[in-house]
Design a protein around this ligand. Structure first.
Ligand code: FES
Length: 233
């Protein structure tokens, strides 16, 4: 195994500390953090659960890039570059790399549903009877889109708005209710169309595109209502 110097942010010192970590082509950032915790710093804090990119708990900044630590590999970072692991900015920090996602989760409407038809595996063979089921939402609620967004104040954020757009798609008969929510002063109109949210999303949700579609639907509805008003007059 090769060795690599990895710098990790520690809350106690408000600085990064450097560690030497063994790695091969499969070693992920989470593997490196677990090695450091087991071998050197038993109180190192970071979040993780599934280790395979589906629970959304392990977001960190690696050399300023917002990634899931369980799928980002050390070998993906050129050897002539340092490896600097820091907490996601804008999230409520608990310690070291760990953050409390409560504020982020609170932006999601209480009554969104988490199942839908797949966008990705549209050609996949469907076992008999599977048409009665829908797969889980692609969003893993990792917060990378929110932390990458340049809008930080008075804003629902890209993840919550993407979930609202999914609801418009899933429940067209309730579209008005969801569009009202998206048209809130903390909603679509605060988006600056930076699209960093779509670029950073590890599961292809494309929140920026969804926010744009919500904005277009809100405008279309307003136009239709105005036309209705004119014809009634
Ligand atoms: S540990 Fe679950 S997404 Fe990384």
């Amino acid at each position: 195994m090769n060795e690599r110097t990895v710098a990790v942010y520690r809350t106690a010192t408000q600085k990064v500390s450097e560690f030497t970590v063994p790695y091969n082509e499969r070693t992920t950032i989470i593997d490196a953090l677990e090695y450091i915790r087991l071998q050197e710093e038993p109180d190192l804090m970071f979040r993780q659960s599934c280790h395979h990119g589906s629970c959304g708990t392990c977001g960190v900044a690696v050399n300023g890039e917002f990634v899931l630590a369980c799928i980002k590999r050390l070998a993906d970072i050129p050897e002539d570059q340092p490896v600097r692991i820091e907490p996601l900015p804008t999230m409520h920090q608990i310690g070291d790399l760990a953050f409390d996602p409560a504020e982020f989760f609170n932006e999601f409407p209480d009554d969104i549903t988490y199942t839908r038809v797949s966008d990705v595996n549209t050609d996949a063979a469907v076992p008999e009877g599977m048409e009665h089921y829908e797969r889980f939402e692609n969003c893993i609620e990792c917060g990378l889109c929110v932390t990458s967004c340049p809008v930080t104040e008075d804003w629902m954020g890209p993840a919550a708005l993407a979930s609202i757009h999914r609801m418009v798609e899933k429940s067209p008969h309730e579209a008005d209710r969801w569009l009202d929510l998206a048209a809130d002063a903390r909603g679509v109109e605060r988006c600056t169309k930076n699209f960093s949210c779509s670029r950073v999303c590890p599961t292809g949700v494309a929140p920026g595109k969804r926010i744009t579609l919500l904005g277009a639907a809100i405008k279309k509805r307003a136009k239709a209502r105005a036309a209705e008003g004119e014809s009634d007059a």
